[in-house]
Structures are given as structure tokens and as C-alpha cells.
Design a binder for this molecule. Structure first.
Ligand code: KG4
Ligand code: ZN
Length: 372
């Protein structure tokens, strides 16, 4: 009897339509919408992925201006969502649900995408799912690769830098975090010091290729203490000090190269600590190490962490570059994963400026943080 029951269940799951979700993202300075469809092998197919960047609006201010960002989201959101629907060639009336980023981020920005998502879900009478932007990044590699939980995640973006143990949907353990600047922020501030327009992270990578990475000796804050917590503020101050003594243009490239090499050394040492902490609880044959977020686009960081992963018997996984920086495909995908375990939300769900993935982890930012 049990045998027939399982055959029935198996047939049923094969018959089930592939889930398709609309994702919406407006947590910072990208207005994005995407349609993603589940595939039978457990990964996803991106039917459309539209990202409109506001870089041109913010670059003259050297950083994201919340009010300008919110206004740009309001102006573009409808067009971007319509474009995502059109490009997908998918009938929106057949969508299985709508997922929108609800935090963390700028409230004035989050509200735009969140309200749009709620309105579409409400009018089509479809399930609605509020997504944590960090969970979007954390699950992003699963769109292209069928990796299983648990895995070690290094999230390196403009607003966040964390080592996380990803044990499942909504099951995260933070192993380490930055106690001051995020890594992308450190890249952008270094770029600004060198006269590169915001966001200068990608340009620092190009400059570094033209310079001598051993020319400047820069500090590696809290390298030998604080577990796998990280700190970049002291490094930025050292870059500022060095920049005031530059003798020629070529030395700018040397400073960019020395900065990037220092970052790579910090990431190498701290990731080793995070890997040890991850392995304490896991005895798997294959350990995945996922590197996600905008800074994961950096090829020298990819090379450095790939080498480290090999040495420590981890399998490195980098999402494709277009899924490293902010996008809505990762939000749609997080929606699909949550929907499959019945984690939907009602339309009252608020936007949240702060929304940690691991609520039990202590807040470790700002003056007065003591690390051993
Ligand atoms: O994930 P993301 O698009 O947005 C946030 O959630 O913050 O990350 C943006 C950050 C920026 O700080 C940008 O300068 C940095 O990622 N970034 C890079 C590179 N590409 C983007 N940093 C260093 N090298 C790169 N190639
Ligand atoms: Zn992000």
C-alpha cells in the first residue's frame, strides 16, 4: 500500500507545474524586476532580469542619496516591472507568486518595490512573499547550481560583509561580520581618495592591474584576533595617509594594487578561520564555499579565494557576475524557495531598515566593540 502511495506522490510531484515567480528589488540604488521559473533539476531559469542602475544620479554626490534614490525608484518601477514581464514572454496571470525585498535597506527605497509587489499580488490574488535582501544574495548561487545545505557563505557587498553558515531557508548562523566598513564601502572609499567616481570598486580592480602590489605596506586590522570578524576602517585611513604623499600618477596605481593585495590577504586569513568554524559542526564529504555580493565580481578576489578553497578542500561557488551585484532574479528565487516550504506573508508586512539573518548574533558595529 505504502509503495502505491509513494508512486502516487512521485507522479504528483512530476505533474506539478514548475513554479514561476515575479521578483522585485529596490533596497538601494538599483530598480530591478525579474521572472524566474523553477527547473525540474532543482535549479532555476531566468526568463527575464531587468536592472536599472542609478549610478549616474548619485555619482556627483560620491554616494547614494536616499531621497534621490527613492524618487528614481518611483519614476521607474512600473516601467521596469512591465519590461520584465514582456521580456519573459510569460503570462503574468499564470504567475505562482510575487516576491519583493522588504529589508534591510533604505526605508524610502524599500517601500517603493514592496508596495508595487503587494499591489500586483493583491490584484492578481496570488501569494506574496517579503524577502530579506541578504537571503536573496545567500541563495543566489542556487539558481544555477544545485547545491545542498549547509554551506559556508561569504557575503561581500557595498552594505554588508559577513561569514554565514547557511543551514537552510531562514536558518542562518553568523560566524563573523565587519565591525566597521563593508568591503564594497572600503573599495569605494579608496577609489574616492584616488579621485575615482562612485562606485569605484570595479575601477580599483582595473587600476590594481597596472600597479605594483608590494609598493605600499598597509595595515591588516584585527588580522590575528576577533575570530573571523573583519575591520577595514584602519586600512582606509592608511590609504588616505599614503595618498597625501604620492609623488606621481603611477603611484596611484601602486596604491590601488597594494590596497587590493591587502584585502586579499585579510580575506585569505579570515576565511581560513571561518572554514574551521564551519567544519566544527559539519562532517560532510563535500563542503561548498559560496562567495556572493557585488565585490564577488572582483577577479583577483575570486582567484585568491578559489586557491584557498582548494587548499582547504572546499568547493568554491561564485554566482555569475550579473547575479553578484543587486538584482531581482535572486529575490524571485528566494520567493520560490520560501513558497515551497509554505513561508508566505500577508500584505501588511512592513519594510525594515535593519533585518539580520541571524537574530542571535550580537550587534558588532561602532566604537566600543571589544574583540579577543
Ligand atoms: O551587492 P551590490 O551590488 O550592492 C549592495 O548590496 O551593496 O554591491 C555593490 C558594491 C559596491 O561597493 C561596488 O564598488 C562593489 O560592490 N564592487 C566591486 C567590484 N564590483 C562591484 N568591488 C571591487 N571589485 C569589483 N570588481
Ligand atoms: Zn546587495
Amino acid at each position: 500500500m505504502l509503495y502505491y502511495y509513494f508512486i502516487f506522490i512521485d507522479r504528483y510531484s512530476n505533474m506539478r507545474e514548475k513554479l514561476t515567480f515575479l521578483g522585485i528589488e529596490t533596497s538601494c540604488d538599483e530598480t530591478a524586476a525579474s521572472i524566474v521559473q523553477e527547473k525540474t533539476d532543482g535549479t532555476g531559469e531566468i526568463l527575464s532580469n531587468i536592472v536599472s542602475s542609478q549610478v549616474d544620479i548619485h555619482k556627483e554626490f560620491g554616494g547614494v542619496v536616499p531621497d534621490l534614490a527613492a524618487r528614481a525608484h518611483v519614476e521607474k518601477i512600473e516601467f521596469i516591472i512591465k519590461k520584465a514581464i514582456n521580456e519573459s514572454n510569460f503570462n503574468i496571470n499564470n504567475i505562482d507568486g510575487v516576491a519583493a525585498t522588504a529589508g534591510p535597506g533604505l526605508i524610502v527605497c524599500l517601500t517603493v518595490g514592496l508596495n508595487a509587489g503587494k499591489a500586483i499580488a493583491g490584484s492578481l490574488k496570488k501569494p506574496f512573499i517579503a524577502i530579506n535582501h541578504l537571503e536573496g544574495h545567500a541563495l543566489s548561487p542556487k539558481i544555477n547550481k544545485n547545491i545542498k545545505f549547509p554551506y559556508l557563505l561569504l557575503l561581500i557587498s557595498g552594505g554588508h560583509t559577513q561569514f554565514l553558515e547557511v543551514n537552510g531557508i531562514n536558518k542562518y548562523r553568523r560566524l563573523g561580520t565587519t565591525i566597521d566598513d563593508a568591503l564594497g564601502e572600503a573599495f569605494d572609499k579608496t577609489a574616492k581618495i584616488l579621485g575615482i567616481e562612485f562606485p569605484g570598486g570595479p575601477e580599483i580592480e582595473k587600476w590594481a592591474e597596472k600597479g605594483d602590489c608590494d609598493y605600499f605596506k598597509l595595515p591588516k586590522p584585527i588580522l590575528k584576533k576577533g575570530g573571523c570578524n573583519l575591520s577595514f576602517a584602519g586600512l582606509k585611513t592608511a590609504v588616505l595617509r599614503a595618498s597625501k604623499k604620492l609623488k606621481n600618477e603611477k603611484e596611484k596605481y601602486h596604491l590601488a594594487a597594494s590596497f587590493q593585495k591587502t584585502i586579499n590577504k585579510i580575506l585569505y586569513e579570515k576565511t581560513k578561520v571561518a572554514m574551521d568554524q564551519f567544519l566544527v559542526n559539519k562532517q560532510k564529504k563535500l563542503n561548498y564555499f559560496v562567495i556572493a555580493g557585488g565585490v564577488a565580481s572582483n577577479l583577483s578576489i575570486r582567484k585568491n579565494l578559489t586557491q584557498l578553497a582548494k587548499e582547504n578542500k572546499f568547493l568554491p561557488v561564485f554566482p555569475p557576475i550579473n547575479l553578484c551585484s543587486d538584482n531581482a532574479a535572486m529575490i524571485a528565487w528566494a520567493g520560490i524557495e520560501r513558497f515551497k516550504i509554505n513561508m508566505t506573508n500577508n500584505l501588511e508586512f512592513p519594510s525594515k531598515a535593519r533585518w539580520p539573518l541571524d537574530y542571535s548574533a550580537p550587534f558588532l558595529k561602532g566604537a566600543g566593540v571589544k574583540l579577543k
